[in-house]
Design a protein around this ligand. Structure first.
Ligand code: NAP
Length: 321
């Protein structure tokens, strides 16, 4: 098998037009047709002999799996975060890896805001109560939330998505604090102030996490960080499971250490810590940060474009290292 006879294994259901584009370019396509992404031995069985692989963030591609796929030369990840792939192990085997930045930035920023609003204004919780038939009339002291407009927003991870979240804050008259390892030039982050993580946690009314998952960001928010936050604070995790210690967060939400949380990602997803599931002040969505038709199609098409680059001998446009 060479790059001239491309064979791609697709580990999760994608759009028919994306498959057609690969076929039109000469790829032989073996596609899994289920929303539940293939894992482990099932992924190996599909990808055996293929020289390229298209996967989503739900498929774990580690060194042990790569060892069983000696023909593999290219992995196109559908997603900007690629912590599902052992990139070092892939590179050691001469396998290129690509991701899909930019196309999902604005849609994911929208979702961070949706979670912040839903948690701050108790939207899920009050809707459940209404549907259960409890509503008897407006109570002036009922369902009180916290304001988003005019408050202080703290963003941990002021990259592409973090910056898009910050831009939206201007319209709501918010003061924006951010924390990265690298302080950005004022022109890159206008209207936002870099502060140390502990200052951000102490001063923010709403904290949004949007860092990549890595050993450095594992449990970036745990018991001691939650203890720094305001008792009314809202925490949003739109980044990756594992950036937050979910056990510590459940405890903080239960005890009133913080006010509420909006979560799109979890440790061990799709399994969710039972205490989080039971908490009324946690708004929970099933990793849908980029889930609009236009954006998901854009992500798959960009992953396909990376495969096409590789096929014609170019460096894929979104190579990661
Ligand atoms: P990006 O442009 O690379 O931005 C990441 C930011 O995180 C950078 O500003 C980086 O700055 C900062 N960062 C990295 N490590 C850090 C650390 N240890 N402490 C503090 N800041 C750190 O990435 P992006 O496109 O905005 O995407 C960010 C992440 O969002 C992705 O990796 C993905 O996991 C997640 N995501 C989730 C969804 C979803 O569906 N929920 C959708 C899209 C993306 P420094 O390097 O200067 O620290």
């Amino acid at each position: 098998m060479t790059a001239n006879s491309p064979q791609v294994a697709i580990g999760v259901r994608v759009f028919p037009e994306s498959i057609a584009k690969l076929q039109a370019a000469g790829f032989t396509v073996r596609a899994h047709d289920s929303a539940q992404a293939l894992q482990g031995a099932d992924l190996v069985a599909l990808a055996k002999g293929a020289n390229s692989l298209l996967v989503s963030a739900s498929s774990r591609v580690d060194a042990a799996l790569l060892e069983q796929l000696p023909h593999l030369r290219m992995i196109a990840n559908i997603g900007v975060g690629y912590n599902n792939i052992d990139v070092a192990a892939a590179q050691a085997r001469g396998i290129q890896v690509s991701n899909t930045p930019d196309v999902l930035t604005e849609t994911t920023a929208d979702m961070a805001w949706a979670l912040m609003f839903a948690a701050a204004r108790r939207i899920s919780e009050s809707e459940r109560w209404l549907r259960e038939g409890h509503w008897q009339g407006i109570a002036l002291d009922g369902w009180l939330g916290v304001d988003v407009h005019g408050s202080t927003l703290g963003i941990i991870g002021m990259g592409r998505i973090g910056s898009a979240i910050a831009r939206r804050a201007q319209g709501f008259g918010m003061r924006v604090l951010y924390h990265n390892r690298t302080q950005l030039p004022a022109t890159t982050a206008p209207n936002a102030t870099w502060v140390e993580k502990h200052t951000l946690l102490q001063e923010s009314d709403h904290v949004i996490l949007v860092v990549p998952y890595s050993p450095q960001t594992h449990h970036l928010i745990g018991t001691s960080e939650l203890a720094l936050m305001k008792p009314t604070a809202v925490l949003v995790n739109i980044a990756r499971g594992g950036v937050v210690d979910d056990v510590a967060l459940a405890q903080a939400l239960k005890s009133g250490q913080i006010g509420a949380a909006g979560l799109d990602v979890y440790e061990n997803e799709p399994h969710i810590h039972a205490e989080l599931l039971a908490l009324p002040n946690a708004v929970l969505t099933p990793h849908i940060g980029s889930a609009t038709k236009r954006t998901r199609l854009g992500m798959v098409n960009l992953a396909v474009d990376n495969l096409l680059d590789w096929h014609v001998g170019k460096i894929p446009r979104n190579t990661v290292s």
